[in-house]
Design a protein around this ligand. Structure first.
Ligand code: ADP
Ligand code: MG
Length: 573
Protein backbone atom coordinates (compact mmCIF):
# COMPACT_ATOMS: atom_id res chain seq x y z
CA UNK A 1 0.00 0.00 0.00
CA UNK A 2 2.77 2.37 1.00
CA UNK A 3 4.49 1.72 -2.29
CA UNK A 4 1.28 2.75 -4.07
CA UNK A 5 0.83 5.91 -2.03
CA UNK A 6 4.45 7.04 -1.95
CA UNK A 7 4.46 8.64 -5.44
CA UNK A 8 1.65 10.92 -4.27
CA UNK A 9 4.22 12.87 -2.24
CA UNK A 10 5.60 14.27 -5.48
CA UNK A 11 6.04 18.02 -5.26
CA UNK A 12 5.26 18.06 -1.53
CA UNK A 13 8.00 15.75 -0.28
CA UNK A 14 10.01 18.66 1.12
CA UNK A 15 7.18 19.70 3.41
CA UNK A 16 6.68 16.12 4.49
CA UNK A 17 10.38 16.14 5.47
CA UNK A 18 10.51 19.60 7.04
CA UNK A 19 7.54 18.88 9.32
CA UNK A 20 9.25 16.06 11.25
CA UNK A 21 12.59 17.90 11.32
CA UNK A 22 11.10 21.02 12.89
CA UNK A 23 9.08 18.92 15.32
CA UNK A 24 12.28 17.20 16.50
CA UNK A 25 13.74 20.62 17.31
CA UNK A 26 10.55 21.51 19.13
CA UNK A 27 10.85 18.43 21.36
CA UNK A 28 14.56 18.94 22.03
CA UNK A 29 13.91 22.53 23.17
CA UNK A 30 10.79 21.74 25.16
CA UNK A 31 12.41 18.88 27.01
CA UNK A 32 14.92 21.28 28.62
CA UNK A 33 12.21 23.31 30.36
CA UNK A 34 11.44 20.98 33.34
CA UNK A 35 15.16 20.57 33.85
CA UNK A 36 15.62 24.34 34.29
CA UNK A 37 12.63 24.36 36.59
CA UNK A 38 14.18 21.81 38.92
CA UNK A 39 17.39 23.88 38.95
CA UNK A 40 15.46 27.02 39.91
CA UNK A 41 13.83 25.21 42.85
CA UNK A 42 16.76 23.13 44.06
CA UNK A 43 19.58 25.63 43.45
CA UNK A 44 18.09 29.13 43.05
CA UNK A 45 15.37 29.00 45.73
CA UNK A 46 17.30 26.75 48.10
CA UNK A 47 20.29 29.20 48.05
CA UNK A 48 18.03 32.29 47.74
CA UNK A 49 20.17 33.24 44.68
CA UNK A 50 17.97 35.77 42.78
CA UNK A 51 20.55 36.21 39.99
CA UNK A 52 20.57 32.46 39.27
CA UNK A 53 16.79 32.40 39.26
CA UNK A 54 16.56 35.26 36.71
CA UNK A 55 19.29 33.79 34.49
CA UNK A 56 17.78 30.31 34.47
CA UNK A 57 14.26 31.73 34.14
CA UNK A 58 15.35 33.67 31.03
CA UNK A 59 16.81 30.50 29.51
CA UNK A 60 13.54 28.74 30.24
CA UNK A 61 11.54 31.49 28.50
CA UNK A 62 13.90 31.44 25.49
CA UNK A 63 13.52 27.68 25.14
CA UNK A 64 9.75 28.04 25.35
CA UNK A 65 9.64 30.70 22.62
CA UNK A 66 11.98 28.80 20.31
CA UNK A 67 10.08 25.55 20.75
CA UNK A 68 6.85 27.41 20.06
CA UNK A 69 8.25 28.75 16.78
CA UNK A 70 9.44 25.30 15.73
CA UNK A 71 6.06 23.86 16.67
CA UNK A 72 4.21 26.44 14.58
CA UNK A 73 6.50 25.90 11.59
CA UNK A 74 6.03 22.19 11.84
CA UNK A 75 2.25 22.53 11.89
CA UNK A 76 2.45 24.64 8.76
CA UNK A 77 4.74 22.26 6.90
CA UNK A 78 2.65 19.27 7.94
CA UNK A 79 -0.53 20.93 6.68
CA UNK A 80 1.11 21.83 3.35
CA UNK A 81 2.56 18.36 2.95
CA UNK A 82 -0.67 16.55 3.85
CA UNK A 83 -2.96 18.70 1.70
CA UNK A 84 -0.62 18.31 -1.28
CA UNK A 85 -0.47 14.58 -0.67
CA UNK A 86 -4.27 14.47 -0.52
CA UNK A 87 -4.58 16.32 -3.80
CA UNK A 88 -2.14 14.02 -5.59
CA UNK A 89 -3.82 10.95 -4.16
CA UNK A 90 -7.25 12.12 -5.26
CA UNK A 91 -5.89 12.90 -8.69
CA UNK A 92 -4.24 9.52 -9.13
CA UNK A 93 -7.40 7.70 -8.06
CA UNK A 94 -9.42 9.82 -10.50
CA UNK A 95 -6.91 9.22 -13.31
CA UNK A 96 -7.05 5.52 -12.60
CA UNK A 97 -10.84 5.54 -12.85
CA UNK A 98 -10.54 7.16 -16.27
CA UNK A 99 -8.66 4.04 -17.43
CA UNK A 100 -11.44 1.78 -16.19
CA UNK A 101 -13.51 -0.18 -18.64
CA UNK A 102 -17.28 -0.45 -18.25
CA UNK A 103 -16.74 -3.78 -16.49
CA UNK A 104 -14.37 -2.21 -13.94
CA UNK A 105 -16.90 0.54 -13.19
CA UNK A 106 -19.70 -2.04 -12.82
CA UNK A 107 -17.55 -3.88 -10.28
CA UNK A 108 -17.02 -0.95 -7.90
CA UNK A 109 -20.30 0.93 -8.45
CA UNK A 110 -20.31 4.67 -8.96
CA UNK A 111 -21.32 5.44 -5.38
CA UNK A 112 -18.45 3.48 -3.93
CA UNK A 113 -16.01 5.23 -6.24
CA UNK A 114 -17.34 8.58 -5.05
CA UNK A 115 -16.90 7.62 -1.37
CA UNK A 116 -13.40 6.43 -2.11
CA UNK A 117 -12.55 9.70 -3.84
CA UNK A 118 -13.95 11.83 -1.00
CA UNK A 119 -14.30 10.30 2.48
CA UNK A 120 -11.49 7.78 2.11
CA UNK A 121 -9.01 10.23 0.66
CA UNK A 122 -9.82 12.81 3.35
CA UNK A 123 -9.25 10.22 6.10
CA UNK A 124 -5.95 9.19 4.57
CA UNK A 125 -4.84 12.76 4.21
CA UNK A 126 -5.67 13.46 7.86
CA UNK A 127 -3.75 10.44 9.10
CA UNK A 128 -0.83 11.35 6.92
CA UNK A 129 -0.70 14.73 8.65
CA UNK A 130 -0.63 12.96 12.01
CA UNK A 131 2.04 10.62 10.72
CA UNK A 132 4.51 13.38 9.90
CA UNK A 133 3.80 15.35 13.10
CA UNK A 134 2.30 13.50 16.06
CA UNK A 135 3.85 10.21 15.17
CA UNK A 136 7.31 11.80 15.04
CA UNK A 137 6.85 14.06 18.04
CA UNK A 138 5.50 11.49 20.48
CA UNK A 139 8.14 8.75 20.20
CA UNK A 140 10.95 11.30 20.37
CA UNK A 141 9.31 12.96 23.33
CA UNK A 142 8.88 9.55 24.92
CA UNK A 143 12.54 8.61 24.52
CA UNK A 144 14.08 11.95 25.51
CA UNK A 145 11.75 12.47 28.48
CA UNK A 146 12.53 8.94 29.66
CA UNK A 147 16.25 9.65 29.46
CA UNK A 148 15.82 12.96 31.34
CA UNK A 149 13.66 11.29 34.00
CA UNK A 150 16.04 8.35 34.41
CA UNK A 151 18.83 10.90 34.79
CA UNK A 152 16.95 12.60 37.59
CA UNK A 153 16.15 9.39 39.43
CA UNK A 154 16.67 5.98 37.88
CA UNK A 155 14.93 3.99 40.62
CA UNK A 156 11.72 5.99 40.31
CA UNK A 157 11.60 5.49 36.53
CA UNK A 158 10.79 1.79 37.00
CA UNK A 159 7.28 2.82 37.93
CA UNK A 160 6.32 4.00 34.47
CA UNK A 161 8.35 1.32 32.71
CA UNK A 162 5.86 -1.14 34.22
CA UNK A 163 2.91 0.74 32.76
CA UNK A 164 4.11 0.68 29.13
CA UNK A 165 3.37 -3.03 28.41
CA UNK A 166 -0.08 -2.65 29.96
CA UNK A 167 -0.87 0.25 27.64
CA UNK A 168 0.58 -1.59 24.66
CA UNK A 169 -1.56 -4.67 25.18
CA UNK A 170 -4.76 -2.69 25.67
CA UNK A 171 -4.06 -0.76 22.50
CA UNK A 172 -3.35 -3.86 20.40
CA UNK A 173 -6.63 -5.45 21.47
CA UNK A 174 -8.61 -2.32 20.61
CA UNK A 175 -6.99 -2.03 17.18
CA UNK A 176 -7.57 -5.63 16.19
CA UNK A 177 -11.22 -5.41 17.19
CA UNK A 178 -11.89 -2.03 15.60
CA UNK A 179 -10.54 -2.65 12.09
CA UNK A 180 -13.33 -4.90 10.74
CA UNK A 181 -15.91 -2.55 12.23
CA UNK A 182 -14.47 0.39 10.34
CA UNK A 183 -14.50 -1.55 7.09
CA UNK A 184 -18.13 -2.32 7.65
CA UNK A 185 -18.84 1.31 8.41
CA UNK A 186 -17.29 2.44 5.11
CA UNK A 187 -19.33 -0.12 3.20
CA UNK A 188 -22.43 1.46 4.78
CA UNK A 189 -21.21 4.84 3.57
CA UNK A 190 -21.12 3.38 0.06
CA UNK A 191 -24.71 2.19 0.38
CA UNK A 192 -25.92 5.53 1.69
CA UNK A 193 -24.12 7.45 -1.04
CA UNK A 194 -25.55 5.00 -3.54
CA UNK A 195 -29.07 5.81 -2.46
CA UNK A 196 -28.38 9.56 -2.55
CA UNK A 197 -26.90 9.30 -6.02
CA UNK A 198 -29.69 7.17 -7.40
CA UNK A 199 -32.28 9.49 -5.94
CA UNK A 200 -30.69 12.63 -7.36
CA UNK A 201 -30.13 11.19 -10.82
CA UNK A 202 -33.64 9.81 -10.92
CA UNK A 203 -35.31 12.76 -9.22
CA UNK A 204 -37.76 13.22 -12.06
CA UNK A 205 -38.89 9.62 -11.95
CA UNK A 206 -39.20 9.77 -8.16
CA UNK A 207 -41.45 12.81 -8.43
CA UNK A 208 -43.59 11.49 -11.24
CA UNK A 209 -44.27 8.27 -9.34
CA UNK A 210 -44.77 10.22 -6.10
CA UNK A 211 -42.19 7.99 -4.44
CA UNK A 212 -40.75 10.64 -2.11
CA UNK A 213 -41.98 8.89 1.05
CA UNK A 214 -40.57 5.60 -0.07
CA UNK A 215 -37.26 7.25 -0.93
CA UNK A 216 -37.18 8.99 2.45
CA UNK A 217 -37.79 5.70 4.18
CA UNK A 218 -35.06 3.97 2.16
CA UNK A 219 -32.61 6.75 2.96
CA UNK A 220 -33.56 6.71 6.64
CA UNK A 221 -32.87 3.01 6.83
CA UNK A 222 -29.45 3.40 5.27
CA UNK A 223 -28.59 6.37 7.48
CA UNK A 224 -29.71 4.36 10.51
CA UNK A 225 -27.55 1.37 9.55
CA UNK A 226 -24.65 3.74 9.09
CA UNK A 227 -25.30 5.22 12.54
CA UNK A 228 -25.29 1.76 14.10
CA UNK A 229 -22.06 0.65 12.43
CA UNK A 230 -20.46 3.98 13.31
CA UNK A 231 -21.48 3.50 16.92
CA UNK A 232 -20.17 -0.03 17.02
CA UNK A 233 -16.81 1.12 15.62
CA UNK A 234 -16.61 4.13 17.91
CA UNK A 235 -17.49 2.01 20.94
CA UNK A 236 -14.14 0.28 20.56
CA UNK A 237 -12.27 3.52 20.12
CA UNK A 238 -13.95 5.12 23.12
CA UNK A 239 -12.37 2.47 25.41
CA UNK A 240 -8.97 3.83 24.51
CA UNK A 241 -9.20 7.09 26.44
CA UNK A 242 -10.35 5.79 29.88
CA UNK A 243 -7.76 3.01 29.83
CA UNK A 244 -5.03 5.50 29.04
CA UNK A 245 -6.15 7.89 31.73
CA UNK A 246 -6.45 5.16 34.32
CA UNK A 247 -2.86 4.11 33.68
CA UNK A 248 -1.59 7.70 33.61
CA UNK A 249 -3.14 8.68 36.92
CA UNK A 250 -2.12 5.43 38.63
CA UNK A 251 1.43 6.13 37.54
CA UNK A 252 1.38 9.65 38.92
CA UNK A 253 -0.01 8.46 42.24
CA UNK A 254 2.66 5.75 42.48
CA UNK A 255 5.40 8.26 41.72
CA UNK A 256 4.09 10.74 44.28
CA UNK A 257 4.04 7.94 46.85
CA UNK A 258 7.53 6.57 46.19
CA UNK A 259 9.03 9.98 45.36
CA UNK A 260 7.43 11.59 48.41
CA UNK A 261 9.00 8.94 50.62
CA UNK A 262 12.37 9.61 48.97
CA UNK A 263 12.05 13.36 49.57
CA UNK A 264 11.17 12.72 53.25
CA UNK A 265 14.09 10.33 53.56
CA UNK A 266 16.29 13.00 51.97
CA UNK A 267 17.39 10.87 49.00
CA UNK A 268 15.61 13.15 46.46
CA UNK A 269 15.27 16.93 46.10
CA UNK A 270 11.91 18.70 46.00
CA UNK A 271 12.54 20.28 42.59
CA UNK A 272 13.69 16.98 41.14
CA UNK A 273 10.40 15.37 42.13
CA UNK A 274 8.39 18.19 40.53
CA UNK A 275 10.40 17.94 37.28
CA UNK A 276 10.15 14.19 37.40
CA UNK A 277 6.39 14.40 37.49
CA UNK A 278 6.46 16.84 34.56
CA UNK A 279 8.56 14.36 32.57
CA UNK A 280 6.26 11.53 33.49
CA UNK A 281 3.24 13.50 32.30
CA UNK A 282 5.09 14.20 29.04
CA UNK A 283 5.89 10.52 28.66
CA UNK A 284 2.36 9.38 29.36
CA UNK A 285 0.96 12.13 27.18
CA UNK A 286 3.16 10.89 24.33
CA UNK A 287 1.91 7.37 24.91
CA UNK A 288 -1.65 8.63 24.67
CA UNK A 289 -0.88 10.48 21.47
CA UNK A 290 0.77 7.38 20.02
CA UNK A 291 -2.25 5.31 20.93
CA UNK A 292 -4.54 7.90 19.37
CA UNK A 293 -2.43 7.81 16.27
CA UNK A 294 -2.79 4.05 16.09
CA UNK A 295 -6.52 4.35 16.48
CA UNK A 296 -6.78 6.75 13.59
CA UNK A 297 -4.33 4.55 11.74
CA UNK A 298 -6.76 1.65 12.08
CA UNK A 299 -9.61 3.79 10.80
CA UNK A 300 -7.48 4.87 7.90
CA UNK A 301 -6.22 1.41 7.14
CA UNK A 302 -9.74 0.56 6.03
CA UNK A 303 -9.77 3.64 3.79
CA UNK A 304 -6.29 3.07 2.41
CA UNK A 305 -7.21 -0.51 1.58
CA UNK A 306 -10.19 0.75 -0.37
CA UNK A 307 -8.08 3.32 -2.22
CA UNK A 308 -5.45 0.69 -2.97
CA UNK A 309 -8.18 -1.55 -4.39
CA UNK A 310 -8.93 1.13 -6.97
CA UNK A 311 -5.28 1.85 -7.71
CA UNK A 312 -4.48 -1.87 -8.02
CA UNK A 313 -7.43 -2.67 -10.27
CA UNK A 314 -6.18 -3.67 -13.69
CA UNK A 315 -8.33 -2.07 -16.36
CA UNK A 316 -9.76 -5.21 -17.93
CA UNK A 317 -9.53 -3.69 -21.37
CA UNK A 318 -5.78 -3.20 -21.52
CA UNK A 319 -4.68 -0.52 -23.95
CA UNK A 320 -1.98 -1.52 -26.39
CA UNK A 321 0.78 0.68 -27.64
CA UNK A 322 0.28 0.24 -31.34
CA UNK A 323 0.74 2.27 -34.49
CA UNK A 324 -1.90 0.28 -36.37
CA UNK A 325 -4.43 2.50 -38.12
CA UNK A 326 -8.01 1.64 -38.96
CA UNK A 327 -7.93 1.93 -42.74
CA UNK A 328 -11.48 0.94 -43.66
CA UNK A 329 -14.80 0.34 -41.96
CA UNK A 330 -15.39 -3.38 -42.29
CA UNK A 331 -16.50 -5.35 -39.22
CA UNK A 332 -16.23 -9.11 -38.80
CA UNK A 333 -17.33 -11.30 -35.90
CA UNK A 334 -15.61 -14.72 -35.88
CA UNK A 335 -17.21 -17.32 -33.58
CA UNK A 336 -17.68 -14.68 -30.91
CA UNK A 337 -19.04 -15.50 -27.50
CA UNK A 338 -19.32 -13.00 -24.68
CA UNK A 339 -20.40 -12.89 -21.06
CA UNK A 340 -20.62 -9.89 -18.71
CA UNK A 341 -19.37 -11.98 -15.81
CA UNK A 342 -16.82 -13.89 -17.91
CA UNK A 343 -18.68 -17.07 -17.17
CA UNK A 344 -18.88 -19.58 -20.06
CA UNK A 345 -22.06 -21.00 -18.52
CA UNK A 346 -23.81 -17.64 -18.59
CA UNK A 347 -23.21 -16.40 -22.11
CA UNK A 348 -24.83 -13.17 -23.23
CA UNK A 349 -23.68 -13.71 -26.83
CA UNK A 350 -23.10 -17.08 -28.43
CA UNK A 351 -21.75 -18.30 -31.79
CA UNK A 352 -21.75 -14.92 -33.45
CA UNK A 353 -20.50 -14.90 -37.03
CA UNK A 354 -21.16 -11.80 -39.07
CA UNK A 355 -19.43 -9.84 -41.80
CA UNK A 356 -20.17 -6.20 -42.50
CA UNK A 357 -18.50 -4.64 -45.54
CA UNK A 358 -17.11 -1.11 -45.58
CA UNK A 359 -19.79 1.48 -46.29
CA UNK A 360 -22.68 -0.91 -45.71
CA UNK A 361 -25.74 0.01 -43.70
CA UNK A 362 -26.77 -2.73 -41.31
CA UNK A 363 -29.90 -2.83 -39.21
CA UNK A 364 -30.19 -4.86 -36.02
CA UNK A 365 -33.60 -5.91 -34.76
CA UNK A 366 -34.57 -8.01 -31.76
CA UNK A 367 -36.56 -7.95 -28.56
CA UNK A 368 -35.28 -6.14 -25.48
CA UNK A 369 -32.66 -8.21 -23.76
CA UNK A 370 -31.77 -10.06 -26.96
CA UNK A 371 -28.20 -8.70 -26.65
CA UNK A 372 -28.25 -6.11 -29.43
CA UNK A 373 -26.37 -3.59 -27.31
CA UNK A 374 -23.99 -6.29 -26.07
CA UNK A 375 -23.17 -7.16 -29.68
CA UNK A 376 -22.25 -3.67 -30.86
CA UNK A 377 -20.37 -2.76 -27.67
CA UNK A 378 -17.71 -5.25 -28.70
CA UNK A 379 -16.83 -3.20 -31.81
CA UNK A 380 -15.28 -0.17 -30.03
CA UNK A 381 -14.07 -2.58 -27.30
CA UNK A 382 -16.27 -1.27 -24.51
CA UNK A 383 -16.13 -4.92 -23.46
CA UNK A 384 -13.83 -7.70 -24.67
CA UNK A 385 -15.01 -10.97 -26.16
CA UNK A 386 -14.84 -14.14 -24.10
CA UNK A 387 -13.94 -16.26 -27.13
CA UNK A 388 -13.49 -15.62 -30.81
CA UNK A 389 -12.50 -12.40 -32.50
CA UNK A 390 -13.94 -9.08 -33.54
CA UNK A 391 -12.15 -7.57 -36.53
CA UNK A 392 -12.36 -3.96 -37.61
CA UNK A 393 -10.72 -3.02 -40.90
CA UNK A 394 -9.54 -6.64 -41.17
CA UNK A 395 -7.60 -6.55 -37.90
CA UNK A 396 -8.45 -7.78 -34.38
CA UNK A 397 -9.73 -4.84 -32.32
CA UNK A 398 -7.22 -5.75 -29.62
CA UNK A 399 -4.38 -4.84 -31.97
CA UNK A 400 -5.30 -1.16 -32.17
CA UNK A 401 -4.67 1.41 -29.50
CA UNK A 402 -7.97 2.29 -27.79
CA UNK A 403 -7.67 5.90 -28.92
CA UNK A 404 -7.28 4.89 -32.56
CA UNK A 405 -10.07 2.29 -32.44
CA UNK A 406 -12.55 4.51 -30.66
CA UNK A 407 -11.89 7.48 -32.87
CA UNK A 408 -12.63 5.27 -35.86
CA UNK A 409 -15.79 3.86 -34.30
CA UNK A 410 -18.42 6.43 -33.38
CA UNK A 411 -21.00 5.00 -31.07
CA UNK A 412 -24.15 6.70 -29.89
CA UNK A 413 -25.07 4.80 -26.75
CA UNK A 414 -28.59 3.87 -25.81
CA UNK A 415 -28.20 5.66 -22.49
CA UNK A 416 -26.29 8.70 -23.62
CA UNK A 417 -25.38 11.81 -21.71
CA UNK A 418 -24.53 15.37 -22.48
CA UNK A 419 -22.28 17.28 -20.13
CA UNK A 420 -22.78 20.70 -18.60
CA UNK A 421 -21.42 23.38 -20.93
CA UNK A 422 -22.57 24.92 -24.18
CA UNK A 423 -23.95 22.88 -27.06
CA UNK A 424 -20.84 23.62 -29.07
CA UNK A 425 -18.58 22.39 -26.22
CA UNK A 426 -20.48 19.14 -26.18
CA UNK A 427 -20.35 18.74 -29.93
CA UNK A 428 -16.60 19.32 -29.97
CA UNK A 429 -16.03 16.36 -27.67
CA UNK A 430 -15.58 14.16 -30.71
CA UNK A 431 -13.13 16.51 -32.39
CA UNK A 432 -11.86 19.65 -30.64
CA UNK A 433 -10.58 21.06 -33.94
CA UNK A 434 -13.86 20.80 -35.82
CA UNK A 435 -14.62 23.88 -37.88
CA UNK A 436 -17.94 25.69 -37.69
CA UNK A 437 -18.91 24.33 -41.13
CA UNK A 438 -18.21 20.77 -40.03
CA UNK A 439 -20.27 21.24 -36.88
CA UNK A 440 -23.21 22.70 -38.75
CA UNK A 441 -23.05 20.02 -41.40
CA UNK A 442 -23.08 17.25 -38.77
CA UNK A 443 -25.99 18.92 -36.98
CA UNK A 444 -27.92 19.19 -40.21
CA UNK A 445 -27.40 15.47 -40.85
CA UNK A 446 -28.59 14.67 -37.35
CA UNK A 447 -31.60 17.01 -37.84
CA UNK A 448 -30.39 19.09 -34.91
CA UNK A 449 -29.45 22.32 -36.65
CA UNK A 450 -32.97 23.74 -36.88
CA UNK A 451 -33.92 23.29 -33.25
CA UNK A 452 -30.50 24.54 -32.09
CA UNK A 453 -31.03 27.72 -34.14
CA UNK A 454 -34.46 28.14 -32.59
CA UNK A 455 -32.83 28.66 -29.17
CA UNK A 456 -32.05 32.33 -28.49
CA UNK A 457 -28.35 31.53 -27.96
CA UNK A 458 -28.11 29.00 -30.80
CA UNK A 459 -24.99 26.90 -30.59
CA UNK A 460 -23.89 28.80 -27.48
CA UNK A 461 -26.92 27.62 -25.49
CA UNK A 462 -25.76 26.40 -22.09
CA UNK A 463 -26.84 22.87 -21.21
CA UNK A 464 -27.48 21.92 -17.59
CA UNK A 465 -25.90 18.92 -15.95
CA UNK A 466 -26.78 15.81 -18.00
CA UNK A 467 -28.48 18.03 -20.62
CA UNK A 468 -31.64 18.59 -18.57
CA UNK A 469 -32.84 21.53 -20.60
CA UNK A 470 -33.35 19.75 -23.93
CA UNK A 471 -35.99 17.18 -24.73
CA UNK A 472 -35.24 13.47 -25.06
CA UNK A 473 -35.38 13.54 -28.84
CA UNK A 474 -33.26 16.70 -29.03
CA UNK A 475 -30.69 15.09 -26.76
CA UNK A 476 -30.55 12.04 -29.00
CA UNK A 477 -30.01 14.20 -32.06
CA UNK A 478 -27.21 16.15 -30.34
CA UNK A 479 -25.56 12.86 -29.41
CA UNK A 480 -25.74 11.70 -33.02
CA UNK A 481 -24.22 14.98 -34.21
CA UNK A 482 -21.47 14.65 -31.59
CA UNK A 483 -20.58 11.22 -32.95
CA UNK A 484 -20.68 12.43 -36.57
CA UNK A 485 -18.24 15.25 -35.90
CA UNK A 486 -15.60 12.61 -35.13
CA UNK A 487 -15.88 11.57 -38.81
CA UNK A 488 -15.70 7.90 -37.84
CA UNK A 489 -15.27 5.05 -40.33
CA UNK A 490 -18.01 3.14 -38.54
CA UNK A 491 -21.00 4.71 -36.86
CA UNK A 492 -23.21 2.77 -34.49
CA UNK A 493 -26.61 4.11 -33.48
CA UNK A 494 -27.93 2.07 -30.57
CA UNK A 495 -31.63 2.82 -30.52
CA UNK A 496 -30.57 6.44 -30.86
CA UNK A 497 -33.72 7.70 -32.50
CA UNK A 498 -36.24 6.06 -30.17
CA UNK A 499 -37.42 9.44 -28.88
CA UNK A 500 -37.53 11.05 -32.32
CA UNK A 501 -40.71 11.09 -34.43
CA UNK A 502 -40.83 8.82 -37.49
CA UNK A 503 -40.51 11.64 -40.03
CA UNK A 504 -37.37 13.06 -38.38
CA UNK A 505 -36.03 9.53 -38.00
CA UNK A 506 -36.43 9.05 -41.75
CA UNK A 507 -34.72 12.40 -42.49
CA UNK A 508 -31.77 11.43 -40.28
CA UNK A 509 -31.37 8.14 -42.11
CA UNK A 510 -31.64 9.85 -45.49
CA UNK A 511 -29.04 12.47 -44.50
CA UNK A 512 -26.67 9.83 -43.10
CA UNK A 513 -27.02 7.87 -46.31
CA UNK A 514 -26.16 10.93 -48.42
CA UNK A 515 -23.44 12.51 -46.31
CA UNK A 516 -21.79 9.36 -45.02
CA UNK A 517 -21.82 7.22 -48.13
CA UNK A 518 -18.43 5.67 -47.30
CA UNK A 519 -19.17 5.16 -43.63
CA UNK A 520 -20.28 1.81 -42.30
CA UNK A 521 -23.53 2.43 -40.47
CA UNK A 522 -24.99 0.08 -37.88
CA UNK A 523 -28.49 0.94 -36.70
CA UNK A 524 -30.18 -0.79 -33.78
CA UNK A 525 -33.88 0.00 -33.79
CA UNK A 526 -37.22 -1.07 -32.46
CA UNK A 527 -39.11 0.07 -35.56
CA UNK A 528 -38.88 -2.00 -38.71
CA UNK A 529 -39.20 1.22 -40.73
CA UNK A 530 -35.87 2.36 -39.27
CA UNK A 531 -34.01 -0.59 -40.77
CA UNK A 532 -36.04 -1.82 -43.73
CA UNK A 533 -33.92 -0.04 -46.37
CA UNK A 534 -30.62 -1.28 -44.88
CA UNK A 535 -28.26 -3.41 -46.99
CA UNK A 536 -28.76 -6.18 -44.52
CA UNK A 537 -30.73 -6.73 -41.36
CA UNK A 538 -29.58 -8.88 -38.46
CA UNK A 539 -32.30 -10.48 -36.33
CA UNK A 540 -31.09 -11.10 -32.77
CA UNK A 541 -32.78 -13.56 -30.48
CA UNK A 542 -31.62 -14.49 -26.99
CA UNK A 543 -27.93 -13.79 -27.54
CA UNK A 544 -27.74 -15.45 -30.95
CA UNK A 545 -28.08 -14.29 -34.52
CA UNK A 546 -31.37 -15.71 -35.71
CA UNK A 547 -31.15 -14.58 -39.30
CA UNK A 548 -29.41 -12.13 -41.63
CA UNK A 549 -30.93 -10.80 -44.81
CA UNK A 550 -32.65 -7.94 -46.58
CA UNK A 551 -36.10 -6.77 -45.62
CA UNK A 552 -37.73 -8.78 -48.41
CA UNK A 553 -35.74 -11.95 -47.69
CA UNK A 554 -36.54 -11.83 -44.00
CA UNK A 555 -40.22 -11.15 -44.57
CA UNK A 556 -40.22 -14.22 -46.70
CA UNK A 557 -38.23 -16.57 -44.54
CA UNK A 558 -37.95 -15.35 -40.96
CA UNK A 559 -40.76 -15.86 -38.52
CA UNK A 560 -39.58 -13.45 -35.83
CA UNK A 561 -39.07 -10.67 -38.34
CA UNK A 562 -42.46 -11.23 -39.92
CA UNK A 563 -44.16 -11.20 -36.54
CA UNK A 564 -42.53 -7.93 -35.55
CA UNK A 565 -43.36 -6.45 -38.92
CA UNK A 566 -46.99 -7.49 -38.79
CA UNK A 567 -47.51 -6.29 -35.23
CA UNK A 568 -46.08 -2.90 -36.23
CA UNK A 569 -48.16 -2.74 -39.39
CA UNK A 570 -51.26 -3.38 -37.29
CA UNK A 571 -50.29 -0.47 -35.10
CA UNK A 572 -50.13 1.74 -38.18
CA UNK A 573 -53.44 0.48 -39.51
N1 ADP B 1 -23.62 -4.30 -17.60
C1 ADP B 1 -24.24 -5.48 -17.58
N2 ADP B 1 -23.90 -6.41 -16.64
C2 ADP B 1 -24.50 -7.62 -16.63
N3 ADP B 1 -25.45 -8.00 -17.48
C3 ADP B 1 -25.86 -7.14 -18.44
C4 ADP B 1 -25.27 -5.82 -18.52
N4 ADP B 1 -25.86 -5.18 -19.54
C5 ADP B 1 -26.76 -6.04 -20.07
N5 ADP B 1 -26.77 -7.21 -19.40
C6 ADP B 1 -27.61 -8.41 -19.70
O1 ADP B 1 -27.33 -8.82 -21.03
C7 ADP B 1 -28.50 -9.17 -21.71
C8 ADP B 1 -28.57 -8.43 -23.03
O2 ADP B 1 -28.68 -7.04 -22.79
P1 ADP B 1 -28.60 -5.97 -23.94
O3 ADP B 1 -27.48 -6.31 -24.85
O4 ADP B 1 -28.58 -4.63 -23.32
O5 ADP B 1 -29.98 -6.20 -24.69
P2 ADP B 1 -30.70 -5.28 -25.77
O6 ADP B 1 -29.81 -4.14 -26.12
O7 ADP B 1 -30.98 -6.20 -26.91
O8 ADP B 1 -31.97 -4.85 -25.15
C9 ADP B 1 -29.67 -8.86 -20.81
O9 ADP B 1 -30.15 -10.08 -20.31
C10 ADP B 1 -29.08 -8.06 -19.68
O10 ADP B 1 -29.63 -8.46 -18.46
MG1 MG C 1 -29.99 -2.19 -25.93
Amino acid sequence: MIKKLFPCLKGYGKYALLAPITIIFEVLLEIRIPYYMSKIIDVGIANKDINYIIKTGAMMALMAVLSLICGALSARFAAKGAMGFGKNLRRSVFNKIQEFSFANCDKFSTASLITRLTTDVTMTQHTFMMLIRTFVRSPIMLVTATIMAANLNSKLSFVFLVSIPILGTALAVIMVMAFPRFRKMLACYDKMNGSIQENLIGVRVVKSFVREDYENEKFNQRAETLRQTQLSAERMIICNMPIMQLVVYSCIIAILWFGGNMVIAGTMDNGALISFITYVSQILMSLMMISMFFVSFVMTRASVTRIAEVLNETPDIPDVDSENKVTEGSVTFNNVSFSYDKNPDNLHLEDINLTINPGETVGIIGGTGSSKTSLVQLIPRLYDVLEGQVLVGGRDVREYSLAELRSAVGMVLQKNVLFSGTIVDNLKWGNPNATTEEIISACQAAQAHDFIMSFPDGYETVLGQGGVNVSGGQKQRLCIARALIKKPKIIILDDSTSAVDTATDASIRKALHEKLSGTTTIIIAQRITSVCDADKIVVMDNGRINAVGTHEELLESNEIYREVYESQQKGVA
